[in-house]
Write a protein that binds this ligand. Sequence first.
Ligand code: AHR
Length: 502
Amino acid sequence: PTARLTIDPHFSVGRIDRRVFGGFVEHLGRHVYDGIYEPGHPTADPDGFRQDVIDLVKELGVSTIRYPGGNFVSGFRWEDSVGPRDERPRRLDLAWHSTETNEVGLHEFDDWLAKVGSDLMLAVNLGTRGTLEALDLLEYTNISGGTTLSQQRIDNGKADAFGVKMWCLGNEMDGPWQLGHRSADDYGKIASQTAKAMRQLDPSVELVVCGSSSAHMPTFGEWERVVLTHTYDDVDYISCHAYYEEKNGDLGSFLASAVDMDRFIETVVATADHVKAVVGSAKTIDISFDEWNVWYIDRFHGVDKIEGIDNWPVAPRLLEDVYSVADAVVFGNLMISLLRHADRVRSASLAQLVNVIAPIMTEPGGPAWRQTTFFPFSITSRLARGEALQLKLDAPTYSTAEYGEVPLVDAVATHDADSGASAVFLVNRSQTEPVTLTIDIASLGDISVLESHLIADDDVYAKNTLDERERVTLQTNDTATIAGGELTITLPPVSWTALSLG
Ligand code: AHR
């Protein structure tokens, strides 16, 4: 098959917010303990953080990191996680049926963020707690001094305020699994009250109200309408969460997961803009896609479940999905979807970062390594700069059980006017055929290919494991040729390609 693409830097979708390359660290499984923090590890720094993990997180290129959950946050008492370590309580974490030791808390996590060069994004507990506790936390983090809570922070070793800008008003409050799960009406009211109070304390905060846990929730659409009707004037963003997995051997549908993400984003935008019209606001609500990834959730519901009144392990192995080449191709395609909506998706968090549905894996006392999904994230985060562009793409289609007829090829391009650099990200969803793609690049001027990266393999289920940590690595796609204002490139079956042009 052949396909055609036209790139023109004059047609911009919107400026890419660096926050779109965010991550997410939840106190869950071996994410924090035996993941980012392992004092006995040979690479551990004086604070007990693994240097090999810090190096990989830096290489990944993560902007903002959402913390500390997730489902975890809905049972979390933030006060437990500050103050002298030996006095911190051990608590039951009901979300993951584990014990939280609080050995790593707000201050330690902030120290780690400084090491990896990322910004903190916090979630408040609106499941089992409310406005007052959210205000206390905000006072602790953002008031420079002169009050009991800000003084406590200073006494705990942090003289300057944390100055946290982005805040999530709870987590997945539409989900029946969530501690303190509420109706849209009930949640909308408490979210509005909490948001108003938080802004009274610090008008500079940016607030994210909970949208749907997936576009397939029974309340999807109506949840957004009702919640935004309560909170439109009080918040800046509404969240989207989405996880994808290959189900029942249907690789064709799985490879088209980004079609679902596109529809999800566009439906939430439409709903937010509907509420905007109804409430007569001049403000536009954007999207924080603050959980997205490939996740084999069915596996979690089967094998991983921890049960028992006397069985609350510390840092158990949970959600340790091992990702394949096909997973990485879908993952790269999800990033394409986020970027092509750069006008409205202003923030996003890859869920998650280390060990737990993560691009980075570790073994206690042993190595850390890159999963297949590491590569599309690190390359896209590094190359996608400036504006996302509107594209003209003509590609053949194929039939999927989940999403009907979908294009065989997907693409997004970016252009940075300051540096003159452009980048193109491409996916071939065909399971059998290479696609020859011709890209009209005449309007980019006299350019050449600076970098070309490829994820593909004869075995689309090839993975990196502890025993074979570099089975799948980034390759180059050397098929690109440029002539007469056109770039021609071959995209292998089930592949993800990134080109940097300049
Ligand atoms: O990322 C894993 C879990 O997925 C999060 O805790 C929750 O918010 C979502 O359901």
